[in-house]
Design a protein around this ligand. Structure first.
Ligand code: AMP
Length: 572
């Protein structure tokens, strides 16, 4: 099966998921844990260790252990671990490889394609580094998705019918992100992001430890035990009002015992949480909206489990936040849903996708006229006005094409149909052609005679759903033939112009020729002969020159025709 996994490559923890029987399922490692600490330890001459085992080495061998490498992504910082050099993306690759291994063990099959999330504020270099990390881990990275967008997908917010504005409040272990998104017909746009890359649950832990460490002077190992107990207490206080912290034999024979209430925790945590206020304000200001304009506020990151944080968010945004999803897992769940959309496993949600190849119609001379360029985000609507090349034409054939080549015949035909209109002089009829790709990737082509309003709509299903290989081949072809294609397009355009001018000059001469003296008429004939000659020789440069000369030679003639027409009008 051509499945794709979804991955949340987090600063503190990473997760991997896959669509199973239509549901996003996050995969546990062999110990049953779905959260893998984003920590890597490299021992001298030993294989790298990733996850919980590496996290335990943080206190013991900090020099050969790295956490939060996400903060360094996109930089060329060399990291020395276990006597070896790594780039940040190499470390991320090790984390991704561990997730890949866990998934393959759990699923009993290979996985090779992935969607990976990144913070909305990640720049190009950081996104590229993330993609490279995925590739180094053996994945083909199908899409890099913004974390707030993934979270919104997990909350099912893509199903909101029309437009909606959403705030994603993400308070994790080490970073805080606030994003304002706008959902418009199935596509999420990031209106504003703000945050602090050094603000999170770790700050609360530190403040708590300070409070308990006061009671004694302790070495690193004792501090690690104390920290573990304090963090566990913090977690429990999200659902309990009071907990006891017991650490047997912390100080030699003496055990550690104390009580902690939620009220006390909140007093200690409040300054950290308060710091998120200014970022929320700025994001709202940048997005130029007030809290009342928001349709939903969603919570991401483990710290948002704290009742204090929920109250705080409710106060800032003037509404109760949506807490229907597991805040640790929302991003990974959304990445998995996005993966399912890409692999076709999820069908009834909107597709956040782009057109892989250009779509257009054939116009005069067999040219491809692009209406929706490749890589446009869908859904999308675009149109253009066309006319006839021959007088008294009664119908126009709309040939719908997909591809990157200049000539219609080299692109793939997707379908064709006719639109009728009232006969008129060439260039008079106006036929509007509109392409619309809906959220499901279905192309609707509409053609309308603007005079009568008669219209036809045709649905084309295969437009967006082409295989990667076919897209690659089309792109390679269009590059390979770019030069020939351009000169063929040039020739076609120039010769169409010649034909048009030759017939135009003939009828002008018939109309007002007797008003011109022989020398001028001879000059015009000579210019026409040069055009015909260039057409016969099929020489593009010569034809372009001849067209320009004929244009210059007939300036007076054209003016006389216009004058005559205007005189005729005023006589009526
Ligand atoms: P994340 O980076 O999203 O994995 O969030 C991790 C942070 O959330 C850490 O600081 C955790 O201590 C904190 N956290 C996880 N669960 C809870 C909980 N139940 N109550 C309070 N904080 C939590």
């Amino acid at each position: 099966m051509d499945e794709i996994v979804g991955i949340d490559l987090g600063t503190t923890n990473s997760l991997i998921g896959v669509m199973e029987a239509g549901f996003p399922v996050l995969i546990a490692d062999e110990n049953g844990a779905r959260l893998t600490p984003s920590v890597v330890h490299v021992a001298e001459n030993g294989p790298p260790i990733v996850g919980n085992a590496a996290a335990r080495m943080l206190a013991v061998q900090p020099a050969n252990t790295i956490a939060s490498v996400k903060r360094l992504m996109g930089t060329a910082r060399r990291l020395n671990l276990g006597g070896r050099e790594f780039l940040p993306e190499n470390i991320s690759a090790l984390i991704l490889q561990k997730l890949k291994g866990d998934a393959e063990r759990a699923l009993q099959r290979q996985v090779s394609r992935a969607v990976i999330t990144v913070p909305a504020y990640f720049n190009d270099a950081q996104r590229h580094a993330t993609k490279r990390a995925g590739e180094l881990a053996g994945f083909s990275v199908e899409r890099i998705v913004n974390e707030p967008t993934a979270a919104a997908l997990a909350y099912g917010l893509d199903k909101l019918e029309t437009r909606a504005k959403i705030a994603v409040y993400d308070l994790g272990g080490g970073t805080f992100d606030i994003s304002i998104l706008e959902l418009n017909n199935g596509v999420f746009e990031v209106l504003a992001t703000n945050g602090n890359t050094h603000l999170g649950g770790d700050d609360i832990d530190r403040a708590l430890l300070d409070r308990f460490a006061e009671t004694g002077n302790r070495g690193p190992e004792k501090m690690a035990r104390l920290r573990e107990a304090v963090v566990a207490a913090k977690h429990r206080l999200s659902t309990e009002e009071m907990v006891t912290v017991d650490i047997p034999f912390l100080d030699g024979g003496e055990s550690f015992h104390c009580e902690l209430t939620r009220q006390e925790l909140e007093r200690i945590a409040a300054p950290t949480v308060e710091k998120t206020r200014q970022h929320c304000r700025r994001a709202l200001a940048d997005a130029k909206i007030s809290p009342a304009d928001l349709d939903d506020v969603i919570l991401v990151g483990g710290v948002t489990r704290m009742p204090l944080v929920r109250r705080f968010v409710a106060e800032i945004f003037g509404r109760e936040p949506n807490t229907s999803q597991n805040p640790d897992e929302a991003v990974a769940t959304g990445a998995t849903i996005q993966a399912g959309i890409l692999s076709g496993a999820v069908r009834d949600v909107v597709l956040l996708d782009v057109t892989p190849l250009s779509l257009g119609i054939e116009t005069f001379g067999g040219l491809m006229n692009v209406i929706i360029p490749r890589n446009s985000t869908i859904p999308i609507k675009a149109g253009e006005m066309f006319t006839t090349a021959v007088s008294n034409q009664r119908a126009m054939t709309i040939k719908v094409l997909q591809g990157e080549r200049e000539m219609a015949r080299d692109n793939w035909p997707l379908g064709q149909f006719e639109i009728d209109f009232e006969p008129a002089a060439k260039g008079m009829p106006r036929v509007g052609v509109q392409f619309e790709i809906d959220a499901n990737g279905i192309l609707h082509v509409l053609a309308r005679d603007t005079k009568t309003g008669a219209e036809k709509i045709v649905e084309i299903n295969s437009a967006v759903d082409v295989s990667d290989e076919a897209v690659e081949a089309m792109l390679a072809d269009s590059l390979e033939h770019a030069f020939d294609d351009m000169s063929e397009r040039g020739w076609t355009e120039a010769s169409l112009k010649s034909q048009e001018m030759l017939t135009g000059v003939d009828s002008a001469l018939a109309l007002v020729g007797d008003e011109f003296d022989e020398t001028e008429k001879e000059a015009i004939s000579a210019a026409m002969a040069k055009v015909r000659d260039a057409l016969e020789r099929r020489e593009l440069q010569r034809l372009k020159q001849a067209n320009a000369d004929l244009d210059a030679a007939t300036q007076h003639l054209a003016a006389a025709v216009v004058e005559k027409a205007m005189a005729g009008d005023s006589r009526r």
